[in-house]
Design a protein around this ligand. Sequence first.
Ligand code: ATP
Ligand code: MG
Length: 665
Amino acid sequence: MTEEVDEGSPGLTLKTTGKLILRTWPYYRPQLKHVITFLLLNMFMGALLGGATFVGYDLLNNKVFLGKSLQPLQAVILGLDESYVQTGEPGDAGPGAGQAQENSGTESADVFLSDDQRRTVLYRMLVWGAVIGVMLMASLSGVYYYMVWIQQRINQHLRVTMLERAENLSLKFHDQAQTGDAIYRVYQDSATITNVLLELITRPMRMIATMLFLVVVLTFFSPWLGLLILIAVIPVSCMFLFFTPRIQRRSRQARASNSNLTSRIQSVFAAIKVIKANRSEGMVIEQFKLDSQLALDAAFHLRLENILLSTGVIILTVAILLLAEYLMAGWGIAEKATYLGGVVALVGFASWNLGAYQSASSSASEMTRHSRDLVNVWAAAQDLSVGLERAFYLLDQEPEVVEAEQTVGFPTPIRQVSWQETGFAYKTGQPVLKGVNLQAKAGSITAIVGTTGAGKSTLMSLLLRLYDPDSGSILVNDTNIRDLALADLRSNAAIALQQNVLFATTVAENIAYATQNASRADIEAAAAVACANTFVEEMPQGYDTELGERGGKLSTGQRQRLSIARAILRDTPVLILDEPTASLDARTEHEVLENLADWGKHRVVFLITHRLSTIRNADQIAFLEDGRIVEMGSHDELMKLGDGRYRRFVNAEVEGVVTAEGSES
Ligand SMILES: Nc1ncnc2c1ncn2[C@@H]1O[C@H](COP(=O)(O)OP(=O)(O)OP(=O)(O)O)[C@@H](O)[C@H]1O
Ligand SMILES: [Mg+2]
């Protein structure tokens, strides 16, 4: 066995498991009606089966075999006449239960039914048996489906809640989280909730109750047996105490490695183009094999712990069983009196005879069997708790970007957007923005310029509150964006992202993705501003052309124009274009920007780009370097600065030197 790193969880105690179970209540509560109905149905069917078996047993033993008279109700049910029922002699007309017991002891009962009558009883009984059997089987499947239906509803509720939470978590969480892990939590770990009732509560309780009962029975035979079991409980408990955290750790590892595997699969499918283009299929398969092997190993180790525990428990209980058998056989030979035997109705054996030995012995071996089963139930319960813990972990994550309790409306009309001494770091100690000051007025286009990795996209993410700044503030007019409702803020700012995202649906629906009730005319107008109309109209079904997954079937420049159109259609007072024009040829880009200048008269427009011809036309240019805006002004103003950063950047561009060197040093 290899020792692997723990997952960092302190491990589940009875208390934390209890808390987990309590947390499932909100998901069970809406289904309570159904859960109770299900339990009642179950009990009813159990009673029916038990009753039928009992009556059948009585009919077969006492009536068919021994020829005793039927109870009046039995005759009615079987549709038999008076001649089957003994009237007049009250002594023989007791309830079936009494007779069944009497018969096991006394063979001398009078035969009342004729052979023919006994055969008739048998046939009718078999018919009833068949009818009840078929009915029970049919309703059993019904009840089973009902159970699955209830479970699915509970599970559905939890899953939806988890996904909602995941959506609300800030990007900082998603940046660090592995997609596969989140998928596994929502998809697999959440499923454990439906087993809580059965596997964590009912089954272990029933098991423990049965075992306690057996202990009592054995103690009635002899307190020595009880003492023996009590002594055995100590090492068995120690084994459980020792193995429980190990089993938990292993199942945590098993679930973690399976979620890694999910991540791996997910990333293979997401990057299939890159994999093929780089001919890295072989390498990917090797990595997959490795992950898959780790998952298998983890599952194996989990089973191994289970086996070790159950082996230990079996060895111990069998040893105790043998000792008990030895003692009991000895008592049997000596015909020793049983403890409390004969006093308590439960145990009819007054002294150790063969019957007493057999009865005690079967109780003892049943006890052994139960303790082995308990190991399995216990191990399954640990795995379930771990799954549940993983599922709730996602729900426990607090969104970092939280809405103010008192929110104000988005300021209209918009006059300006400003960053004031804004600082931000993705990882503490590695600031990306350090005291940024920037002001952008309505009706102007602000170009954000800077080397790659300078923090341009980050600056814009802060405006949408995808992240919150660590220091300073961002204002719309005079209102801090923290005081706005998140939905309000985001519905007033549209962004065309650097990595544009399209979906496998029609062109029109892709453009209208974030805008409800957009008319076809609106969609076409937005496409025209983004210069997307010409190529869309040339497509076979125009705006109704279906796009592939992630907008496959389109060139990068076409995709970019669709995502610009999407942002424009939203018709918001703030528009952010994060290099969405990078793949357009200079002329198309120029055209898009001219349209935008016209369209953006009363809006605040931000444009991130590396292309000089575009930058030059912006109303103001903000030059971002080392986490600060170091220069701000129009192209002409900035070019006048003797040894300005922007001027160096422009010269470098013009000379065709890669920006990095020119703008740093
Ligand atoms: N999600 C993230 N988690 C951690 N660090 C990040 C994250 N996104 C960006 N960074 C880091 O923050 C810095 C600024 O990134 P940002 O994307 O804002 O740069 P940029 O100016 O937009 O660059 P580019 O011109 O290449 O788009 C970079 O050093 C980058 O590595
Ligand atoms: Mg960027």
